[in-house]
Structures are given as structure tokens and as C-alpha cells.
Design a protein around this ligand. Sequence first.
Ligand SMILES: *[C@@H]1O[C@H](CO)[C@@H](O)[C@H](O)[C@H]1NC(C)=O
Length: 248
Amino acid sequence: MNVATVLFGLFLFLSGFCTAYSCKGCVNVDQWSWEKIVPKFRAALVKFDVAFPYGDRHDTFTKLAEEFADNKDIIIVQVGVKDYGDKENKELAEKHGIMSKDDLPTVQLFIQNQTTPIDLPLSKNKEWSLSKLRNFVRVNTDIYVGLPGCLEKFDKLANKFIASSNKEEQMKKAELLAKNLKEKEKSSAKTYLLFMKKIIEQGAKFVEQEASRLGKILKDGKVKEQKKEELSQKINILQSFENKKDEL
Ligand SMILES: *[C@@H]1O[C@H](CO)[C@@H](O)[C@H](O)[C@H]1NC(C)=O
């Protein structure tokens, strides 16, 4: 084996290693920075985990962090706990009831001005789902938890729209709201408006029919990656027109 091969192998190893525990939108907090960060936010969702986390549960948590990247009310935090060497953050973890490696990962939600955090009831389960993590935040805070592609104000209007007997009036409000949006939000707003129009024309049954139609296209393997994202965002927006209760 020559030097170049060894170096290339090392490069592959390290790059794999780095992507494994990176977490876009997460903040790594330790026992020294905890007080400077966690209490400053209306809510902090904290994952106590091993120092170099990887795997399905970590990936799910990472996806949630990405979804919340634009949300200024909540911070998504990772704490790497070591039970060897300098035992970094071990004391911090113990303070929050995480006594051994077997308790990792654990997710807790810290609400500003409240002394005790809320434990994510699913921590001990093998599988974490994005929707359960999302609902955990939604149920325990008053923070807006939108699905990808959804817009807070339009979600609220969609709720009113579905409940209202004067849907045209609600749609006019949405049209006004759509005028002053950032570029990124415009295409989402367009989708809300299109769905409103269709519901006025075809009735509430449109929601279910369209969801099943889009779902079928999405499942069809031929759809390109970017189109897939677009479709799933449309399906998310459709959900804002459903009359459903939160469930955990
Ligand atoms: C926590 O207390 C501070 C100071 O009283 C207040 O400004 C802040 O809004 C409170 N946070 C929440 C989420 O109630």
C-alpha cells in the first residue's frame, strides 16, 4: 500500500466520521456554556448523547433541528456525555437524571423559567419518528411547529378557512397576506391559495382526494428528488386544511 492510498483511506474514514455526528442547526453545549444558552430561549430541546452520536435516532433528531433552524424561540441542543477520560458533561447529565451510558440518548425539553424539564416519553424506545418529536414540542410549548413548506400565518388562516362558512372572505385575507412575502415563502403561499380555490370549487373532499393523488405520485419511484420535496411540502400544506387534533 502506498502513502497516497493510506491517506485517501484516512480521508474517507474521517469524512464518514464527521458526517456521522454533525447536526445541522444544532448547538453543541457543554457544562460550561449551558447557563449561557439553554435558559435564554423560550424552549430548548436537548439531546444528551454519547460524544460522537450516529445512527437512526441521531439522524431523526438532526432532521428536526434542520426544521427548526429558522425558529428563534427554540434552540436544538446536543450534549455529548463522556464516561471516560475527562468525563465531560457527566455531571451535567447526572443533574438531569441521566446516570449511565444506558440512559443515552435522552431528550428533554427545557421551558424558560421552569425548573424541571419535560422528558420525551419515547427516549427509551428504539425508534424515534420525526412527527413524534415534532408533536412533543407542539404539545408542550406554544411554539409554532410547522411542517416543511408550511407557513405559520397561512396555517392559521387555513384552520379558519376550513371552519368558516364564508370561505371567500378568508381566501381574500390569504391573498392580501401573500403580497408581502419573502421569495422563499411565495411558492408555499401559492399552494395555500390554490388549495383554497379548489376547496371552494369542489368542497372539503378535495383535501383527501388531493392528498391521496399526491401520495401516489410521491410513491412512484420515477419522481426526481427535488420534485419529491416539492410534493411532500404540498402534502404538508394540505394537512393544514384537515380538521385534526394533535396526538402524541
Ligand atoms: C421568563 O421570565 C422573563 C423575565 O421575567 C420574561 O421576560 C420571559 O418572557 C419569561 N419567559 C417565558 C417563556 O415565560
